[in-house]
Design a protein around this ligand. Structure first.
Ligand SMILES: *Cc1c(COP(=O)(O)O)cnc(C)c1O
Length: 419
């Protein structure tokens, strides 16, 4: 098991201690919303502001050149993390949400025609639903939804039926943030390829591209975009120990090159005149304006931290905790686990008989336990399971069995109060 709480300053301070009372340690169980930051990330960003800060890709002076080198170096680290063919396939965005919007507004607006189909799953985050809805309004494309069974597992036989010659885009998450289901994305991409209906009338319209929302996967398991054969892969820095405000869109080179800019502005152009403007090649074509320089550098430090821990060790640690936590929670008769897929990441979503999830959240907070309560930006998932909201404990590599023991004890106490 990993033992890394000491690396995270916020996990080592005591909360709520006033008037001489000792404070409480934090049991942080909301990593699916955002992860805490290790000291190395905090210090790297602080040092960069103090010593190396300057604009990137514009300056002729050494400070800017050095900042640019650090900024571009993160791109190489991300390419390595994903086993991308080149760092030119790595686009900096502000987060998963922007990455998906970029694909919808650029690829979707260019290639979708009326009647074309976009396949999503029932258990998507709103960030992988709403951008597509906006694009269907502009293009006349339609959305089809892959159903899930009662454990929260996608029904692949239904997916197979939904793949038709009209399917242009398949967009699914790798891991559901609301349930923890790990989706068989490699298999799903393979199925999309097999169903690649080729239209000789229009050779540019060959089959579907597949976007994977990796917001819940990249810091929990090894991801190899070439092995998956994903066309796009999107994620956020802040869910992988990095800062907010920086995210990644991976896209296959040939596809990125076929796409028009998403936003216009500085640094994404080659030459601007009022008559005609030409654009940079990817990835810079998609990076208009002064970017989140320090956040990119912070993400680089987060990637170093991930590499230092090792994704295999993280996955093993979190899986052991998931088994432990599932067993503890299953022993509470009033508790209903929502999301019981056989293939699951370390997310425990549940309801307690007779107690609203928000009350669970606020009462646990009094014990120093931070969980999420609500719909988790996945209202269609809640609808599918017939609940308005769940309480959710989601784990990171810094969690330990004591955090889960505290959770179970806190829940039993709540049940006593409500009895
Ligand atoms: C968090 C999350 C998003 C959105 O990420 P942002 O960082 O808010 O842009 C999208 N999809 C999933 C599965 C998520 O967990």
């Amino acid at each position: 098991m990993l033992n890394i709480k000491a690396d995270f300053p916020v996990l080592n301070r005591l909360f709520g201690g006033d008037a001489g009372e000792p404070g409480m340690a934090l049991h942080y169980l909301d990593s699916a919303a955002t992860t805490q930051k290790p000291l190395s990330v905090i210090e790297t960003m602080d040092r960069f502001y103090r010593e190396s800060y300057g604009t990137v890709r514009r300056g002729v002076y050494r400070l800017s050149e050095k900042a640019t080198a650090e900024y571009e170096n993160t791109r190489k680290k991300v390419a390595k993390l994903l086993n991308a063919a080149s760092e030119k396939e790595i686009v900096y965005t502000s987060g998963t949400t922007q990455s998906i919007n970029l694909v919808a507004y650029s690829y979707g607006r260019k290639f979708l025609k009326p009647g074309d189909e976009i396949l999503l799953s029932t258990i998507e985050h709103h960030a992988n639903i709403v951008p597509w809805q906006l694009i269907t309004e502009m293009t006349g494309a339609v959305i089809k939804v892959i159903p899930v069974d009662d454990t929260g597992t996608l029904i692949l036989s239904e997916y197979a039926k939904l793949l038709t010659e009209r399917t242009r885009i398949v967009a699914v998450n790798h891991v559901s943030n609301a349930l923890g289901t790990i989706n068989p994305v490699k298999e799903m991409i393979r199925m999309a390829r097999q169903a690649n209906h080729f239209n000789p009338q229009d050779p540019t319209r060959r089959g579907a591209v597949v976007l994977i929302d990796g917001a819940q996967s990249v810091s929990h398991m090894k991801v190899d975009v070439r092995d998956l054969d994903a066309d796009f892969y999107a994620f956020s820095g802040h869910k992988m120990f990095g800062p907010t405000g920086i995210g990644i869109l991976y896209g296959k080179s040939a596809i990125l090159e076929s796409m028009p800019p998403y936003q216009g502005g500085g640094d994404m152009i080659e030459r601007v005149t009022f008559a005609r403007t030409t654009y940079q090649k990817p990835p810079h074509r998609f990076e208009a304006g002064t970017p989140a320089i320090v956040e990119v550098v912070g993400l680089g430090a987060a990637l170093d931290y991930l590499a230092h821990l090792g994704l295999d060790r993280i996955a093993a640690h979190e899986n052991a905790l998931l088994q432990y936590g599932t067993r503890l929670l299953s022993e509470i008769p009033e508790l209903r686990l929502i999301g019981t897929a056989p293939h699951k990441a370390s997310i425990l979503s549940f309801t307690l008989e007779g107690v609203h999830p928000h009350d669970i959240g606020t009462l646990l907070d009094e014990e120093g336990i931070a969980i999420r309560a609500g719909h988790h930006c996945a209202q269609p998932t809640m609808d599918r399971f017939g609940v308005p909201a769940t309480a959710r404990a989601s784990l990171g590599p810094y969690n330990d069995t004591a955090d889960l023991d505290a959770l179970a004890a806190g829940l039993r106490k709540i049940i006593e109060v409500f009895r």
